[in-house]
Design a protein around this ligand. Structure first.
Ligand code: 4AD
Ligand code: MG
Length: 463
């Protein structure tokens, strides 16, 4: 018999008819005359209860099935008398595909902390309710990202993961090499000779697909990349990963204002989509994880984002009378406590901060006429702070070369990037949305490590 997914069964209007469910038992409760099995197949948050009556030929054997077992149950779909469930299956045929030892299965009824799930049970945690919900929402968000851009004619460009250039110029890259770490080849001067390495040059995992996306935007007009990026920064916070996914649109013939409009429309589309398409999972997050998440998302979808320059933001922060751990002054980067204050207390909505001092931003941002600030933009949201970072790009070759020099970067690594400013340069802009920060914000999960299947952070790549 064909398999019925639990989500589809629960969407039915009426009970009746035989169904076949394949899934894992969340719990098995053997009573004297009946066994109740809560089955989940991952298609939705809700379980479907299978009821095994005393006259079932395997009643005795089925009593000792453990939570976690993989089962296939065929039977009549009946109205359920149980609280909070409309239907149940009156089990007729039951196949135990793989039993699970109830004394050893770690996801028994008692609550296991997210920390233990992450550190010791990352291989089993997708079976836990919260994680099933997180990864369904994560999937819905990736789909919505593609839909948003594809509907607007953007071309998805697959930018490389291995690269020879530092897209952010911050020197936070993981090296990619096949050289022998114990006895690498050496130059006459005694340095490691990367000329003998696989790519005949030093190579790294990319920190961003932006520079390559720019090249494609300057030909295909509207493009985006969506892929893994890597940062070897030693940040042990609830918002940083060493490996994370980033969505980076890049648009030619576009300035920072068009870029802000795109970012705002994009986030609103994503929030609207999860509220509409993931209602069951979102209700779960709203009840158990973060009581304000749905209300916050609804509010954001309905209201315009505030737009402030960095100078105005610093002014607001200085005059706020708040006691911050890191004091604010013009020229210093905003910390997440400052970003959160602006969104949560001062403005009460997402805020886009623009025109940052050039010294705290990357080399590629367009220099303003004041020669002190650049056309960067960060989108800040409540609870999290920065969710998007972007800018209008420096499209003037001479200024770009000067900025590369000022930033102490090697211009020979960027010769191809300069060429786009030499041939048909035009104003263009783009941004990067940290995909896990997005999932974190939407679900209300406190730690970014709990919204990516296998988190990579300092001292942790166990799986
Ligand atoms: O602000 P960032 O560093 O900007 C860029 O990489 C640009 N090249 C993007 C562009 O203009 N195309 O990173 C963009 C976003 C941040 O706003 C944040 O959401 C996320 O990526 N991000 C991280 N997420 C998780 N862990 C980290 N270590 C992150 N670093 C940045
Ligand atoms: Mg940033």
């Amino acid at each position: 018999m064909a398999r019925d997914m639990i989500r589809d069964i629960l969407a039915r209007e009426k009970p009746g008819g035989p169904v076949t469910v394949q899934g894992w038992a969340r719990t098995v409760r053997a009573q004297k005359h009946v066994i109740f099995m809560q089955l989940n197949d991952g298609s939705c948050l809700a379980d479907l209860q299978a009821v095994v009556a005393e006259d079932h030929p395997d009643f005795a054997a089925l009593r000792v099935i453990g939570a976690g077992a993989a089962l296939e149950v065929t039977g009549e779909l009946a109205e359920s008398a149980g609280k909070g469930q409309r239907f149940e299956i009156m089990a007729d045929q039951i196949t135990v595909h793989g039993d699970a030892d109830p004394t050893a299965y770690p996801l028994q009824k008692k609550r296991v902390s997210f920390e233990v799930m992450r550190e010791k049970l990352a291989h089993l945690r997708p079976r836990a309710k919260t994680f099933g919900a997180v990864f369904r929402v994560r999937n819905a968000l990736s789909h919505a990202i593609h839909t948003f851009f594809q509907d607007r004619g953007f071309v998805w460009v697959h930018t490389p993961i291995i690269t020879a250039s530092d897209a952010e110029g911050a020197g936070e890259m993981f090296r990619v090499t096949t050289l022998d770490p114990v006895a690498p080849p050496r130059t006459q001067a005694g340095d490691v000779d990367f000329g003998k390495d696989f790519f005949a040059r030093p190579t790294f995992l990319t920190v961003s697909g932006q520079l390559e996306a720019e090249l494609y935007a300057l030909a295909l007009s509207n493009v985006y990349t969506f892929g893994p990026t890597f940062r070897a920064e030693n940040s042990n916070t609830s918002r940083h990963l060493a490996e994370f996914w980033m969505v980076e649109p890049e648009v030619a013939f576009c300035d920072i204002h068009g870029n802000m409009d795109l970012a705002e429309a994009f986030l609103k589309h994503l929030f609207r989509t999860v509220l509409d398409d993931c209602a069951e999972d979102m209700a779960f997050f709203n009840q158990w994880i973060e009581k304000s998440t749905c209300k916050t998302l609804e509010h954001i979808v309905e209201s315009p984002f505030e737009r402030l320059t960095y100078t105005e933001a610093v002014d607001l922060l200085e005059r706020s009378g708040e006691k911050f751990e890191y004091p604010v002054s013009w020229g210093k980067d905003l910390q997440s406590e400052h970003e959160r204050y602006l969104c949560e207390k001062k403005i009460g909505r997402p805020v886009i901060v623009t025109d940052y001092p050039k010294d705290i931003k990357a080399f590629y941002m367009r220099l303003n006429d004041d020669a002190k600030t650049v056309r960067g933009m960060d989108v800040l949201v409540p609870r999290l702070g920065e969710i998007i970072g972007g800018s209008q790009r420096e499209d003037r070759l001479d200024v770009l070369e000067r900025r590369i020099d000022e930033c102490g970067l090697d211009p020979s690594h960027y010769w191809w990037y300069f060429d786009t400013r030499r041939f048909g340069s035009v104003e263009h802009a783009g941004f990067g949305l940290g995909f896990e920060r997005l999932v974190q914000f939407v679900t209300g999960m406190a730690n970014i490590r709990d919204v990516i299947p296998f988190p990579r952070t300092p001292n942790n790549a166990d799986y």
